[in-house]
Write a protein that binds this ligand. Sequence first.
Ligand code: ADP
Ligand code: MG
Ligand code: MG
Length: 252
Amino acid sequence: MLKIENLHAEIDGKPILKGLSLEVNAGEIHAIMGPNGAGKSTLGYVLGGRPGYEVTEGSITFAPENGQPQDLLELAPNERAAAGVFLGFQYPVEIPGVSNVQFLREALNAQRATRDEKPLSGAEFLKLARAQAASLEMDAEMLKRPVNVGFSGGEKKRNEMVQMGIVNPKFAILDETDSGLDIDALRIVGDGINRIMRAPDKAVLLITHYQRLLDYVQPDFVHVLADGRIVRSGGADLAHELEREGYAGVAA
Ligand code: ADP
Ligand code: MG
Ligand code: MG
């Protein structure tokens, strides 16, 4: 579904990703772990198409099932979203003056338009949004509030998962979705990721510092990202090894 080859990317002329290669098949969940500053969020932003992140070498091919392989780097961020790519932010943005409902309905209907699907009516959309909020145990009242404004860290993360449930992507990059979550919220968010994304035609890149989210969302593969490259790959056991021994011992 996703093939990253020898990816080099820089910010303001500073090299951050330095030859990263990774292949993710449909049906797989891959965890990316690694020390602070390794380039994990940068990888997420490059996949999402955030301006300011310049790819200087390498390629990213996105090939969802029943779709033509596409050069992801040729697509604008909105085109990537329409193609089924979702980026859950490490630091979700606040959008004062725009309610969650407005924002999500616009986003969903813009994506539907690119697939020649008719827009959802207000009532149809609300039904969908309420169902997603309920399954993430988020108060439906929060759908009416401006996007993320005044939300706690954990509420923002939960709201990201509600967004993901609504747009129902093929490929999700989730950047430290576990940060700021207490134990109960961690379980709810973990269940949400499994419910929305565990499917034979979907895949996930789960960026996390800690093993604890991986108790709820079991990865098929774990990779260690250090200094802009993947320095080690393994199965779910690698996360436990990292938790015991730290990155220094494992990545060396
Ligand atoms: P991680 O998510 O693994 O902690 P990041 O991808 O956020 O790492 O950052 C990787 C490196 O890029 C860090 O050294 C960070 O300081 C640098 N960096 C990130 N964003 C910027 C920016 N906007 N300008 C300059 N350097 C940046
Ligand atoms: Mg970090
Ligand atoms: Mg980060």
